[in-house]
Design a protein around this ligand. Structure first.
Ligand code: GUN
Length: 299
């Protein structure tokens, strides 16, 4: 069996950030101001702190303004809602991202519902979920949009292909299925209650794994030549002599890469795409909200 080709998400994301930088510079020249992204972090979850720091750094590196708002974990929900309202009304803010998860005393759906859908660069607001489902222009969640970009870059047209998405989260699984449907794939959403998951996955030309279970998808589940997109980021327990465990995906890379036609690695596959797409969505939001024309498909 030949080895799968490795889908270079890290390289693709770097190219996307370059295109975003050019479009952001063009926006600044036309609008007389930089595009701006506001990122709100409540509490001190270490993983969220790392994500938010990277988002801010990459936003500035692409020539856009980053407005960081850090709130203590005990912040009342009403204060967060008031901040979101203030950002909705701020003309310097084109995109708003409230880092999830929020502390347990806050209602995430209520917070997301307060964001102006036209500044919702995460694509989590029900208006954007509905726009995606009905084929209207809106904002699409960053991770699944990044996965479709990688798939189209590798395969060209996805029309007629059998796609199996494993996982049904609002952030990845469900929007991923909608995007693949819009590309004319035949889409199956599998999840923890799916019967005979290996047999379902074996039918797929495209497998998207987004379940959060380390190395769950095995090589003998994969149809020879299929394209495998691994959204999982899981840390294994440290082996002897290691201080930190190895990062692995939801796919058993060693066996799957012997069968697949193409596969994303972990790290360096889907991971770097999420922030790059967030920056893309932000510069798109800036153009739309300022009424400046843009060929969005060219980014
Ligand atoms: N937490 C984990 N992923 C995401 C994301 O894409 N957006 C937000 N806002 N929070 C997250």
């Amino acid at each position: 069996m030949t080895e799968a080709s490795i889908i270079d998400g890290k390289g693709f994301a770097a190219g996307l950030r370059e295109r975003v930088s050019r479009v952001a510079a063009d926006f600044e020249a036309k609008a007389g101001r930089k595009a701006g992204l506001a990122v709100v972090l409540v509490g001190e979850d270490p993983a969220s702190q790392v994500y938010v720091r990277n988002k801010n750094k990459q936003t500035v590196a692409c020539g856009m303004n980053s407005f960081e708002h850090k709130l203590p974990v005990e912040t009342p929900e009403a204060d967060l809602l008031a901040l979101v309202e203030k950002l909705n009304a701020d003309p310097a803010v084109d995109g708003i991202l409230v880092q999830l998860p929020l502390p347990s005393h806050m209602n995430e759906q209520k917070v997301i519902a307060t964001i102006n859908p036209d500044k919702d660069v995460d694509g989590f607001h029900v208006v954007n979920v509905g726009r995606l489902a009905t084929g209207l222009p809106g904002f699409v969640p960053c991770t699944p949009l990044g996965c479709v970009m990688l798939l189209k870059d590798k395969l060209g047209s996805l029309s007629g292909l059998d796609a199996v998405v494993i996982g049904r989260s609002n952030i990845v699984g469900k929007p991923m299925a909608q995007l693949l449907l819009a590309e004319s794939c035949t889409v199956t959403i599998a999840h923890s209650r799916t019967r005979d998951l290996p047999a379902v996955v074996r039918r797929a030309d495209i497998v998207v794994a987004a379940v959060g279970r380390a190395e769950m998808v095995k090589g003998d589940w994969i149809k020879p030549g299929a394209t495998v997109i691994d959204v999982g980021i899981n840390r294994l327990p440290p082996a002897e002599g290691e201080t930190k465990g190895k990062l692995v995906g939801d796919v058993d890379f060693a066996s799957a890469s012997q069968v697949a036609g193409a596969i994303t690695p972990v790290p360096g596959g889907v991971g770097p795409m999420t922030i790059a797409v967030l920056l893309r969505n932000t510069v798109v939001a800036a153009h739309r909200n300022a009424g400046i024309g843009l060929d969005e498909n060219a980014i």
